[in-house]
Write a protein that binds this ligand. Structure first.
Ligand SMILES: NC(=O)c1ccc[n+]([C@@H]2O[C@H](COP(=O)([O-])OP(=O)(O)OC[C@H]3O[C@@H](n4cnc5c(N)ncnc54)[C@H](OP(=O)(O)O)[C@@H]3O)[C@@H](O)[C@H]2O)c1
Ligand SMILES: C[C@](O)(CO)[C@H](O)COP(=O)(O)O
Ligand SMILES: [Mn+2]
Length: 396
């Protein structure tokens, strides 16, 4: 039985992970759970899975959580705030930590888990994009494994099983195209948050759904693939595949191409990340090529979706630039979700922050440099957005 700790238990990744644990209680045991603010759902999860330790990210919710589970015996250790989440990540005999927390908030807990010798089932891509220069050396130093849970990187990881080192020539990331894939570019200026949250194939958290709509999710996944598989940016391509059936492909030195297919269901990459190198027998809906229907592919439209090129440029710049790209994106998406900026402002704000950071890019950033770059980028986007807002208001 594998003991696991789950960061972000109340989110899309978190609840799907707990679905798996509930289905296979003989395979998995929950050691720790963390959430951000959703006390009601976290309390339910604590009742069901009886973790040894829990944390709520929002310290103002600690009393509410303690009251919600006061009758449970024995009581778990109950912590709060970023330090509490970090403590859960490093706690006890968990063999693996599932990083279902969203954003760079996952960086410090992930580092703590690695330093405690725990394998990482990595869904939280922002941690690797921002913290790659620090995380990868730590993975090596502590001899732990990063098991990709992101559907594309799981597909690549699965295709690589049994492939000899040095045989990988190219990675091809598939992209659904997101909510606006069939919308003419001239219509993007007026899209709403509600429009952007209507992902055609996947049900996910709000932030990543917006990232899918801007194609920044795919750009982030290019950087994620660079850090996970050591590929140069010139050897990582993107193809639009509206059906989200082929979850990515690898091309080998002899030009042979391997792909992983399946229904768009995040439980499968999560299950494989948790059970690797084993395969657990499931009774889930078998894949059916005929039912899946036509599989189509097209080139990404970089004019319509500038975020992809912004990500390639930040990845190639390296150093602290990916951390700036990621934080600027997190901040811009948050502003869009709050309806303070428009959809097309997202890439504009990110590009401004990256351009401004260029002369200060730290080539070999340590953790403090990454955290400082993250903080600077969020502040930069906030200031720029206010000026943007002021200009918009002055025009009205
Ligand atoms: N969803 C997917 O299908 C999918 C697929 C591939 C990769 N991913 C990646 O997985 C990660 C999670 O995505 P998601 O869609 O599951 O997001 P989500 O539904 O928004 O869930 C985010 C989780 O993180 C918690 N959280 C947010 N901010 C926090 C903070 N500051 N401190 C502690 N906890 C915090 C939330 O808690 P509360 O809800 O309690 O506030 C929630 O449990 C992201 O990095 C995403 O890119 C997701
Ligand atoms: C489910 C997914 O892996 C989240 O990262 C997938 O990448 C989302 O679909 P899209 O291709 O980015 O639209
Ligand atoms: Mn993905």
């Amino acid at each position: 039985m594998k003991a696991i700790t789950l960061l972000g238990s109340t989110g899309s990744i978190g609840t799907q992970t707990l679905d798996i644990v509930a289905q296979y209680p003989e395979q998995f045991r929950i050691v720790g759970l963390t959430a951000g603010r959703n006390v009601t759902l976290l309390a339910q999860q604590i009742r069901q899975f009886r973790p040894e330790i829990v944390a709520i990210g929002d310290e103002n919710k600690l009393v509410e959580l303690k009251e919600a589970i006061a009758d449970i015996d024995p009581q778990p250790i109950i912590l709060a705030g970023e330090t509490g989440v970090v403590e859960v990540a490093r706690y006890g005999d968990a063999e693996a930590v599932v990083t279902g927390i969203v954003g760079c908030a996952g960086l410090l807990p992930t580092i703590a888990a690695i330093q405690a010798g725990k394998d990482i089932a990595l869904a939280n891509k922002e941690t690797l994009i921002a913290g790659g220069p620090v995380v990868n050396p730590l993975i090596e130093k502590h001899g732990v494994k990063i098991l990709p849970a992101d559907s594309e990187h799981s597909a690549i990881f699965q295709c690589l099983q049994g492939v000899l080192p040095g045989s990988l020539r190219r990675i091809i990331l598939t992209a659904s195209g997101g909510s606006f894939r069939d919308l003419p570019i001239e219509k993007l200026a007026e899209v709403t948050v509600a429009d952007a949250l209507k992902h055609p194939n996947w049900s996910m958290g709000q932030k990543i759904t917006i990232d899918s709509a801007t194609l920044m999710n795919k750009g982030l996944e290019v950087i994620e693939a660079h850090y996970l598989f050591g590929m140069d940016y010139d050897d990582i391509d993107i193809v639009i595949h509206p059906q989200s059936i082929i979850h990515s492909l690898i091309e080998l030195q002899d030009t042979s191409v391997l792909a992983q297919l399946g229904w768009p269901d995040m439980r499968l990459p999560l299950l494989y990340a948790l059970s690797w190198p084993e395969r657990i027998h499931t009774d889930w809906k078998p894949f059916d090529l005929v039912k899946a229907g036509d599989l189509t592919f097209r080139e990404p439209d970089h004019k319509k979706y500038p975020c992809m090129q912004l990500a390639y440029a930040a990845g190639r710049a390296g150093g602290s630039m990916p951390a700036v790209l990621n934080a600027a994106n997190e901040q811009a998406v948050a502003l869009f979700l709050e309806e303070k900026i428009q959809f097309l402002d997202i890439p504009k704000l990110i590009e401004k922050a990256c351009d401004k950071h260029q002369p200060d890019n730290c080539e070999s950033p340590g953790l403090d440099d990454i955290l400082a770059a993250d903080k600077w980028a969020r502040q930069e986007v906030l200031v720029e957005s206010m000026e943007l807002g002021a200009r918009i208001l002055s025009v009205r």
